[in-house]
Design a protein around this ligand. Structure first.
Ligand SMILES: [Zn+2]
Length: 333
């Protein structure tokens, strides 16, 4: 009887140690993946985790030893009762699980991510305009509604902080919007817009995302690859907006690029690595700062179908924001 019980205890001990190590390795791997942009901090936290992990395992070993002694004593008392011994074994297993589990999982906390949301235009810069039902609808107001709603949805996720480039109806320069993001330690920059057709020949509709055309990567970049981060986020947003019913835009050739628009400057300017600079100021400043930056053109205000289906009420604008938020979170985690 004693031998059987002792064997079980050894098995419990081995299983727990093996599980603990597996979890520790998995946790450290995922922690590293998620925080590769904060390399210096990852090293420190990994050391801390390992030390705490070892302490936790030592504690488990001590606890198991003392539990083993208790069980042996109990066995002497209740040697005749098989049921009592079985119960004791089960109790010991349950007790050990309850005591050890929280210590293994408690230490993994994702670092706070700061996302800068930029409600396009503002003040005298009204953006595109269109009259519907006797009311002049202005892009700057639609952008502001989507952006503030997007902030709310994003901040429902633990560890995500959102800053807005403007908190009211006023304008600020494009370069200052990126500067504000950089000065406030933003990890990502998302500019919120609605579109206007580029030509009178086609009544364009649908969504597109603008991102950098360069793979220039400054040494102080926020992520391992600014270009790849933008691409991931852009594709994720297009896909969520598609699910909502907004197709890829039939303008700027985005039907053939998966909804992604990249434009090179026309004045021959380059990044420090010699690659052609971006046409759009926000993307140029973002890339130079090593800050992943994209511009989301949600739908065409110039298209009545897009307006009625996606832009005409706060609820519809909130649905766009919700899709953006889900896409952003999916692309950065
Ligand atoms: Zn705009």
């Amino acid at each position: 009887m004693k031998k059987k019980l002792f064997f079980c205890m050894v098995m419990v001990t081995i299983c727990m140690c093996a599980c603990g190590k597996k979890n520790a390795a998995t946790d450290m791997e995922s922690s590293h993946d998620e925080t590769h942009l904060y390399e210096s901090q990852t090293d420190i936290s990994t050391v801390e985790e390992t030390t705490q992990e070892e302490t936790a395992l030592e504690e488990v070993a001590e606890e198991t030893e003392s539990t083993e002694e208790e069980t042996t004593l109990e066995n002497v008392v209740a040697e005749e009762s098989v049921d009592a011994a079985e119960e004791s074994k089960e109790d010991t297993m349950a007790e050990t699980e309850v005591q050890t589990e929280p210590e293994v999982t408690e230490e993994v906390k994702p670092k706070q991510i700061v996302i800068c949301i930029d409600p396009g235009h503002g003040g005298d810069s009204e953006g595109t305009k269109q009259e519907y039902d006797g009311i002049l609808v202005m892009e700057k107001n639609l952008n502001y509604r989507i952006a503030t709603s997007l902030k709310w949805y994003l901040e429902q996720n633990e560890g995500v902080k959102v800053i807005l480039t403007r908190n009211g109806d006023y304008d600020l320069s494009l370069s200052n919007r990126i500067k504000y993001a950089v000065d406030n330690n933003a990890d990502y920059f998302v500019s919120v817009h609605v579109n206007s057709r580029s030509t009178d020949e086609v009544d364009s509709h649908g969504c597109m995302v603008l991102m950098s055309c360069s793979r220039y990567q400054p040494s102080n970049a926020k992520v391992a690859s600014v270009y790849d981060s933008e691409m991931r986020m852009a594709k994720s947003i297009i896909s969520k907006l598609n699910v909502l019913g907004l197709p890829i835009a039939n303008d700027w050739n985005t039907e053939n690029t998966g909804g992604i628009l990249q434009r090179v400057t026309t004045v021959g300017e380059t990044y420090p690595d010699g690659s052609p600079a971006d046409y759009y100021t926000l993307l140029y400043c973002g890339t130079k700062a090593g800050l992943p930056s994209i511009i989301v053109e949600h739908a065409f205000l110039s298209n009545e179908g897009d307006y009625r289906n996606f832009l005409s009420t706060n609820e519809k604008l909130d649905a766009l924001a919700k899709a953006d938020a889900e896409a952003i979170i999916e692309s950065i985690r």
